[in-house]
Design a protein around this ligand. Structure first.
Ligand SMILES: [Zn+2]
Length: 1005
């Protein structure tokens, strides 16, 4: 068995072939129950796509090994992070595509493949990215808990078998299972043939198994416990409707929507009076056979019974999941989406129209609005007649005008809620880290305001106003996993940068015609030898923060780079003290070897290097004037153009410099062109230069500071540099050298920070086609001694971080105006003009025609465009009373019978947090007492009117004043006397729950 047999990376086919093969697999693979799909980090996959699309085997977008690091909570458990989103955080690839990618690229060591099965869920096939993770324990010892994962399609029996096995339950024992949610309520899992999904078992719950006692009793049904729970339920007589809803695992979006609907008087009264029973529509193919309506009615009746502090809406949740697969499982959803689904589901389940007739829509044809609107409403009611329509449906007019033939199309459409846009700020606040040229300065976190549609250069300009650095001396980069995910061109759009990206802005030395933009990574060597990868002789792991520095082309010798890096890292890399034992014995015949190798530039096998006369510890050369000098100013000054160092690296230089993507450096472009016509140069360099993956660099030459002072030594070196062979080190130094180990070695790498590259059809040596990347590789012991991890991670906050972010406030009326503002249709959504007979980007105008009894207004806080996804934190100032729509209504009141258009607020669904995570709650006014409450899952607290308008408000419920009835009960408290804790009406529940909490709702058989 040879070392190579471990090699897992096969020779991949050409890039075009790769792209075609994978793309067709992605396109053609269909979900089939039981099939395996694989989760792949989206960034890695994007990079791979970029790579194969580049068509260049040597492209810097080479993605390296498949790396799912970012998907894991940590690298010990390899537990996948929660709430990752498909196509945002990861992509799913079918098994065949995965195996190909794995064969071609391999996988970062130690990472498990994220294989997931396709499961057959009600109404959908789905890759089960997140299996249900539950805790298992025995009733007799609830301290001993294990974690286990099950598919939603597994049966409860599978779980029972798992418990029996895990806890070595004797075979033949008579068992029963309970599931306990986080709020400690327990429910019996009676039917072991039921699926995990149908049993409403979800992640985070505990499955408890008990075994029948010898006397025939069950441990869980001791009488005193059960009596307790019955008494508890009997004794509570709370305010009807003031009832929490238990969170069943990220179901706050559902609870929030339910509380708003529960506090919508006409709808709740309809259910409490059981009017729904006569109207259940079991035959409507668009409905859910009455099941949603019945499940909803059950929840409402429990909430308004006054018997519960909190209700567990488990059956309701399962029904919703059955009919709308997007609400299945464990992921966070949108309360407005659920609301929309629910109103639709309730409507169809309760539709009084049993047979929908087909109605042909007539064009408005310049008939008066009144006539067309009445016809549209009549037609709508002929097909749709339910409590939902009665309560929530209104009518708006939509006018489309063709830009070419001026055809005007008018339609009147019913709506169930208004989705109103928020004025989108043209500016954007970004948080970035500024990395100064001063090697002693810590990175500084800044908050800058930039135009949303701006370019990367606008970010530099904005930052420049805070610090004394010119925009052209900045480079902006996205740092991800200790490497550069992207180095931005100043012309690129800021929309490429997401708020959650870690953006670093690097100060560069003043533009030097002959400079190279060098990306520097830090890597730690692992101890084993990595045979699988071919060219590299050790495995490496990236760590710390990468750096970008502009290096004069004349200073790219390994030795100079070593010095330069030491200097640049001086804040957290301690230069070795001369007394420290880094020296190693010199071997006799080594001198000749070294001499030979050096004529080529970097020596290939230069483990130890001579130490020059002069101070051994390198001094930072530019620390006295860090801000306006080149990072490498001193070395440049020290070496005239024809210096030995430069010529020693002539070829290496050409390679390093040819790739600089620095867009403002014309020299780089020229160099690149130059190199591309001279492939020989590149490959030569690949053999001998940085790119060859050689071992340690030379130990520091005499510090260049000395050189700038023009001392004797310097002159000697200069003199030497002019004599052939140019790259030999001065004889004097060779004579007195002694060997030293350097702190780290320098290695050319790809943009991913890996040394080895997939050898494609080109098979050529490494070259930098766009951007030079080098890594400095540390042995573990050297890193421990000289690299100060704590210091490396330090940063400071600029005062801009302390300025509270300005809250913009808009009036709700402005949002409604925006809703009715004429707009031009977007390219993706054109209108088919019946006159032109083609799709046109028509102008569109919406107007409100008639409004419902209960008006739902959805504030479009989640803004998704092609390029940006954001949540708008704007405060929308909405009135609690007297929201007057008369000025927005197109229909002018023709008689006194017209309903008024004034509304009072009755409920608000709130969303806290960002785009993907967050929490939903609601404010709602009790219909009987007119008291406001704050509903936060199972907790309910009193609320005062002043609390209600916040930037979390997401969906607003307004009730038309003519329909509002006087409260039948006095308000339970007068707002002035209330304090936070006194108001917590659930506190008594919490105390009670403290006594034997887990048994309270365990039911008897
Ligand atoms: Zn037209």
């Amino acid at each position: 068995m040879t070392a190579n047999s471990r090699c897992s990376v096969a020779e991949p086919p050409g890039l075009e072939t790769q792209r075609r093969e994978i793309e067709s697999l992605l396109r053609e693979s269909e979900l089939q129950t039981g099939d395996s799909w694989y989760v792949v980090d989206r960034r890695w996959f994007d990079q791979w796509k970029e790579f194969v699309e580049s068509g260049d085997q040597n492209s810097s977008s080479f993605p390296g090994q498949i790396d799912n690091t970012e998907l894991f909570e940590d690298l010990d458990s390899y537990h996948m992070k929660e709430r990752l989103a498909e196509n945002e955080d990861f992509v799913l690839v079918p098994a065949e595509a995965w195996h190909k990618l794995l064969l071609w690229y391999g996988m970062v060591d130690g990472q498990p493949a994220l294989e997931r099965k396709v499961v057959d869920l009600p109404s959908t096939l789905k890759v089960e990215v997140y299996p249900v993770e539950v805790f298992l324990c025995l009733h007799s010892n609830m301290e001993n808990i294990i974690t286990a994962q099950f598919s939603r399609t597994d049966s409860i029996h599978t779980i029972q078998a798992a418990v029996c096995q895990a806890f070595s339950v004797p075979p033949g024992s008579e068992c029963r299972l309970w599931m306990k949610s986080s709020d400690s309520s327990c429910e019996r899992l009676r039917n072991v043939h039921m699926s995990v999904l149908d049993s409403c078992l979800s992640s985070g719950m505990t499955v408890i198994m008990e075994m029948r006692n010898a006397d025939g009793t069950w441990p869980s049904s001791r009488p005193q416990i059960m009596r307790n729970s019955v008494e508890d339920q009997d004794s509570y007589r709370g305010q009807p409707g003031v009832c929490g809803l238990t969170n069943l695992g990220n179901t706050c979006f559902m609870n929030s929507a339910l509380q708003c609907l529960s506090n919508t008087p006409p709808l709740t009264e309809y259910f409490l009076q059981s009017s729904y029973l006569e109207e259940l529509n079991f035959t409507n193919p668009l409905g859910m056979k009455g099941e949603i309506a019945e499940a909803y009615a059950d929840v409402i009746k429990q909430m308004w019974s006054g018997r519960h502090y909190s209700v567990v809406p488990r059956v309701f949740k399962t029904k919703v999941g059955h009919f709308a697969s997007q609400f299945l499982g464990y992921q966070q959803h949108d309360s407005q989406e659920l609301l929309s689904f629910l109103l639709d589901g309730l409507h169809e389940d309760l539709n009084r129209v049993k047979n929908k007739e087909y109605i042909e829509l007539r064009d408005a044809d310049r008939r008066p609005d009144q006539e067309v609107a009445e016809e549209a409403w009549r037609n709508h009611r002929r097909r749709n007649d339910s409590v939902i329509v009665d309560t929530f449906h209104g009518l708006f007019k939509s006018t489309l005008v063709c830009p070419e033939c001026n055809k005007v199309s008018v339609t009147f459409d019913p709506f169930c809620y208004l989705s109103v846009p928020l004025p989108v700020s043209k500016e954007r606040v970004m948080e970035v880290f500024f990395v100064s040229l001063d090697p002693h300065a810590k990175p500084v976190q800044h908050r800058v305001v930039v135009p949303k549609a701006g370019k990367v250069s606008d970010l530099c300009v904005a930052l420049s106003e805070m610090i004394d650095v010119l925009p052209k001396q900045m480079v902006v980069a996205d740092v991800f996993n200790h490497r550069f995910y992207k180095i931005y061109n100043p012309e690129e759009s800021l929309s490429c940068i997401l708020d959650r990206d870690d953006i670093f802005v690097y100060e560069l030395s003043v533009q030097d015609e002959d400079a190279v933009l060098l990306a520097l990574y830090l890597r730690e060597r692992s101890q084993y030898r990595d045979y699988g990868s071919g060219s590299s002789s050790y495995g490496t792991t990236l760590f710390g923060h990468p750096l970008l520095l502009r290096v004069p082309r004349g200073s790219c010798s390994r030795e100079e780079l070593y010095q330069l890096f030491l200097q640049r890292l001086v804040r957290y890399v301690r230069p070795p003290d001369p007394s420290e034992e880094l020296e190693e014995e010199e071997e006799d015949d080594d001198e000749e070897e070294l001499y030979k190798s050096q004529t080529n530039g970097f020596s290939d096998d230069e483990k130890e290097v001579e130490e020059a006369a002069g101070p051994a510890a390198p001094q930072p050369c530019c620390s006295h004037a860090p801000n306006n000098q080149s990072d490498a100013a001193a070395p440049t000054e020290a070496e005239p153009d024809a210096s030995c160092a430069q010529s020693s690296l002539d070829q290496g230089d050409a390679t390093v410099s040819n790739g600089s993507i620095n867009p403002t450096g014309p020299a780089c472009g020229a160099a690149a062109a130059n190199t591309s016509t001279a492939p020989d140069d590149t490959s030569t360099c690949g053999d001998a230069g940085v790119a060859a993956g050689s071992e340690p660099p030379a130990e520091p030459a005499p510090p260049s500071c000395g050189a700038t002072e023009g001392n004797e030594e310097d002159k000697q070196e200069e003199a030497c540099s002019l004599s052939p062979p140019p790259n030999q080190l001065p004889v004097k130094r060779r004579a007195c050298r002694r060997r030293r180990r350097s702190l780290f070695t320098i290695q050319a790498v790809n943009s991913n920070g890996t040394t080895e590259r997939g050898m494609g059809e080109g098979g050529s040596a490494v070259s930098f086609s766009s951007q030079p990347y080098v890594a400095i590789d540390w042995d573990q012991d050297m890193k421990k001694r000289f690299y100060n991890e704590n210091e490396a991670e330090r940063y400071v906050k600029h005062s801009s971080m302390e300025v509270p972010q300005q809250q913009t406030t808009v009036q709700l009326q402005e949002c409604i105006e925006l809703f009715t503002t004429r707009e031009t249709l977007e390219e993706e959504n054109p209108w088919y003009c019946p006159v032109c007979k083609k799709h046109q980007l028509a102008t569109k105008k919406l107007d409100l025609w008639s409004l419902p009894e209960v008006l739902i207004i959805h504030l479009k806080r989640f803004s998704y465009t092609k390029f940006t996804r954001e949540k708008l934190d704007t405060i929308v100032d909405f009135p609690l009373r007297d929201l007057d729509f008369s000025s927005f209504l197109l229909r002018k009141s023709v008689s006194d019978e017209e309903p008024p258009s004034r509304y009072d607020l009755i409920a608000v669904s709130n969303h806290y947090g960002g785009l993907r995570d967050g929490h939903y709650t609601s404010y709602a006014q009790n219909k009987d007492s007119a008291q406001w409450y704050y509903f936060d899952d199972s907790k309910v607290t009193y609320a005062s009117e002043e609390q209600i308008v916040t930037n979390a408000a997401y969906v607003l419920f307004y009730h038309r004043q003519d329909k509002i009835r006087k409260p039948t009960l006095p308000a339970p408290n007068d707002g002035s006397a209330s304090s936070h804790f006194a108001n917590d009406i659930t506190s008594c529940k919490d105390q009670e729950a403290g006594q034997g909490a887990s048994y309270i709702t365990m039911e008897t058989d």
